[in-house]
Design a protein around this ligand. Structure first.
Ligand SMILES: [Fe+2]
Length: 290
């Protein structure tokens, strides 16, 4: 069975704890819900509500603390807790970031970048295989939001992700907003990035808001910060239309993690993604306005 056979065509939303009780009592016109397991593994009441919701909506589990790029190995205790939740929920998709956020017993509240070279490839591939072995299903790896690169990298991010897919059987989560803001910050063409992305491995798309901030190193220039604190920006919607033409009917998620709006605003964003996806499959989209 393909990864997304159980996934409806409509876009989903990231379900955050402030909306959990409302979501239980309010029918939502969205296709599916994505959760961060870190919000639930130590919260039995929230987990019970989530189990109830999993009877009504397909659920995707998106880890933010697994740190598959950690040089000191993945946190086995955390992996066991996430796996126990996955076993209860039977989610349609399980995903996480190409990044690291832990080193030995240190936990950093950030998703940090990796050099793209053979040594890192072997490290991440080995840890990805361990994760997939534990959870008993393919793991979707998400392209990061980038602010710096490594001069020692010997391959592009897209080549690195493609190699990981080839070596592990992992699938990819293409965060279209990350492609846009990383292209802006790092100086590459986001359309060319999407065109080189391994399309056959893409099993999910993300869309989230970013926040421009002055670049202290370059006066007069902004860098784009992946805050997930805004609506999806118009240029990202245009890039999303391109992504849908390239990747097809891949499940799409609206992410919003800070300054969280009303649940109805999230649903509106998901419906807009559905409208654009329909238009994008028919013709070139020139007007992305809501
Ligand atoms: Fe994302």
């Amino acid at each position: 069975m393909s990864l997304t056979t159980r996934m409806p065509g409509s876009a989903g939303i990231g379900l955050r704890l402030p909306h959990l009780e409302e979501a239980v009592v309010t029918p939502l016109s969205v296709g599916w819900l994505e959760i961060h397991p870190e919000n639930f593994v130590a919260n039995p009441h929230a987990t019970e509500l989530l189990i109830e919701l999993s009877g009504r909506y397909p659920i995707s589990v998106h880890t933010v603390g697994l740190s598959v790029g950690s040089a000191s190995g993945i946190d086995r205790h955390h992996l066991a807790r996430v796996t126990a939740l996955i076993d209860r929920l039977d989610p349609v998709l399980v995903s996480g970031h190409l990044a690291w956020s832990t080193h030995k017993s240190e936990y950093l509240n950030d998703l940090l970048p990796l050099p793209y070279d053979e040594q890192t490839l072997q490290l991440v591939a080995g840890q990805l295989l361990d994760v997939q072995d534990a959870i008993g299903r393919p793991f979707l790896l998400e392209n990061p939001s980038s602010y710096v690169g490594f001069t020692g990298s010997t391959m592009t991010e897209v080549q690195f992700l493609g190699e990981l897919v080839a070596r592990t059987g992992a699938r990819l989560l293409c965060d279209v907003s990350n492609v846009f803001l990383s292209g802006h910050n790092m100086g590459y063409d986001p359309v060319a990035y999407l065109d080189a992305f391994p399309a056959s491995a893409v099993a999910e798309l993300h869309l989230g808001g970013f926040t421009p901030e002055p670049d202290e190193a370059t006066p007069g220039r902004d860098i784009l910060i992946d805050t997930h604190a805004e609506r999806v920006a118009d240029p990202v919607w245009a890039l999303y239309a391109h992504a849908r033409r390239r990747f097809g009917a891949v499940p799409t998620l609206i992410e919003w993690d800070a300054d969280i709006p009303s649940l109805s605003t999230l649903v509106e964003e998901a419906r807009h993604a559905d409208r654009l996806a329909q238009l994008a499959t028919a013709h070139e989209v020139t007007d992305v306005a809501r």
